[in-house]
Write a protein that binds this ligand. Structure first.
Ligand code: CMC
Length: 432
């Protein structure tokens, strides 16, 4: 981070202008440092939705939405998705470098030593209704983890932060799979540490005491790729939620639970489930135009799920990779003629050719394809966002840890533009 000149802000009405420092990072737009603006001028800035505001600096992930670039610690997502597995990417996001083979083995062992849940925590599941959405269960159970690890929750201690990060990455698949098993009324399946991260999750989701379950390597590899693509995405809504919650000194389990709650929203991680539900609702290619017209109608709030992105105004690089995976998986599993897949491809084609979507740069996003791939893998729709949460946990803990280890971090406290009533008196008629 280095200063790169100043930006002058003209306050008008004969007031002097204010010189604000401009700061450069390693890539991406410079920022105007407005930290002293209020002290110098009495003014706040106004930026609902953070359209032009960097809330922090970070060394973890870089996105160029116009060029369609996504880098984790400098490495292009395409290379990571092709050459690495998910735990290598976890190591990279947390530690800043890709592991050598010894570091990778040690990291895998460390993760595997934390995959089980405390048996007391397993009982939490039975307090939920059977039809509870897995994300509702995850918000509760992940938050409850903080009741189990008092001895390692000093956030100022780097070894405690590392321990919590490993616990969260390792336990999220177990929690997600148990939420699913509870929902469908099957017994919980405990983790098997001779399997890889993705294989183990599939084993916990799909094996039953009655039958042997053999993990299909095509499915495990596709899932691993989905996890890599969703592992981090700089300061999105759920990551910002984790950072804001963590800025008060809250424990990491509570912060990640807050992140899961935010991710669940249909404008964020809930979009993959919403997208599949939308395809089911459209039902047939003959009805696509009706839905496209609704999405274009200014008087209708309807949006095509799985289209558009706040940052990518070009094709989302994750979507491009998953699009390819989508075709590979469907061919491999003999599902090319699947009804919803055909519908999705037709919708994609029409939206990519439609003037409304072109002019607003609304391309299919990662959730459009991840829903289709996950459905092909046999993953039920209600689990889509839970799998996103499982993947994003590593990004959340890496970003949380980066914030806490920065000695200059402050509690997050946005300001506001007040538009309510001016000060007034309680009417005498109401006095006691
Ligand atoms: N369908 C139809 N119109 C849309 C859509 C859509 N999916 N997305 C945006 N628009 C229109 C919107 O109506 C607006 O039009 P106008 O300028 O005439 O008012 C314009 O495009 C800009 O929309 P915006 O809401 O100002 O854009 P945003 O950057 O605030 O929202 C978004 C980004 C992802 C929330 C939005 O595109 C959306 O709701 N998409 C559908 C949900 C979805 O797929 N979300 C997953 C995002 S990717 C996963 C992740 O990273 O979490």
């Amino acid at each position: 981070m280095k200063e790169n000149g100043t930006a002058n802000l003209d306050l008008g009405n004969g007031n002097a202008s204010i010189a604000l420092p401009v700061i450069s990072g390693t890539m991406g737009p410079d920022v105007i440092d407005i930290r002293k603006l209020h002290a110098m001028s009495g003014l706040f800035t106004y930026d609902p939705g953070f359209l032009s505001t960097a809330s922090n600096s970070s060394e973890i992930t870089f996105i160029d939405g116009d060029k369609g670039i996504l880098l984790y610690r400098g490495y292009p997502i395409e290379q990571l998705a092709t050459h690495c597995d998910f735990t290598q990417v976890c190591y990279l996001l947390i530690n800043g470098e890709l592991p050598d083979s010894k570091q990778k083995d040690e990291f895998d062992i460390a993760i595997k030593s934390h995959t089980m849940l405390h048996e007391q925590l397993v009982r939490f599941f039975t307090g939920f209704r059977r039809d509870a959405h897995p994300m509702a269960v995850m918000v509760g159970v992940v938050g409850a983890l903080s009741a189990f690890y008092h001895e390692a929750m000093d956030i100022s201690d780097a070894s405690h932060r590392q321990e919590s990060a490993l616990r969260l990455i390792a336990k999220l698949p177990t929690i997600a799979a148990m939420a699913y098993k509870y929902n469908i009324g099957q017994p919980f399946v405990y983790p098997r540490n001779n399997l890889s991260f993705s294989e183990n999750f599939l084993h916990m989701m799909f094996s039953t005491p009655g039958e042997d379950y053999k993990v299909n390597p095509v499915i495990a590899r596709a899932l691993d790729r989905i996890l890599i693509l969703h592992a981090d995405h700089e300061q999105n809504a759920s990551t910002s939620t984790v950072r804001l919650a963590g800025s008060s000194g809250a424990n990491p389990f509570a912060c990640i639970s807050a992140g899961i709650a935010c991710l669940w929203g249909p404008a964020h991680g809930g979009a993959n489930e919403a997208c599949l539900n939308m395809l089911e609702e459209i039902g047939d290619v003959s009805r696509i135009d009706e839905y496209i017209n609704r999405a274009k109608n200014k008087d209708d709030n309807y949006r095509l799920m799985g289209f558009g992105h706040r940052v990518y105004k070009n094709l989302d690089p994750r979507a491009l990779i998953l699009r390819e995976t989508c075709h590979e998986v469907l061919n491999e599993l003999g599902l090319q003629n699947d009804r919803l897949f055909k519908l999705a491809l037709q919708l994609e084609k029409i939206a990519l050719e439609d003037e409304y979507f072109i002019s607003k740069k609304l391309y299919p996003n990662v959730d459009f394809y991840s829903g289709i791939v996950q459905r092909a893998l046999g993953i039920p729709t209600i689990m889509f966002t839970a799998i996103f949460a499982m993947a994003r946990t590593v990004g959340w803990v890496a970003q949380w840890s980066e914030m806490i280890s920065d000695p200059a971090y402050k509690i997050g406290r946005p300001r506001q533009l007040y538009t309510g009533p001016s000060m007034r008196e309680v009417p005498e008629t109401l006095h006691k």
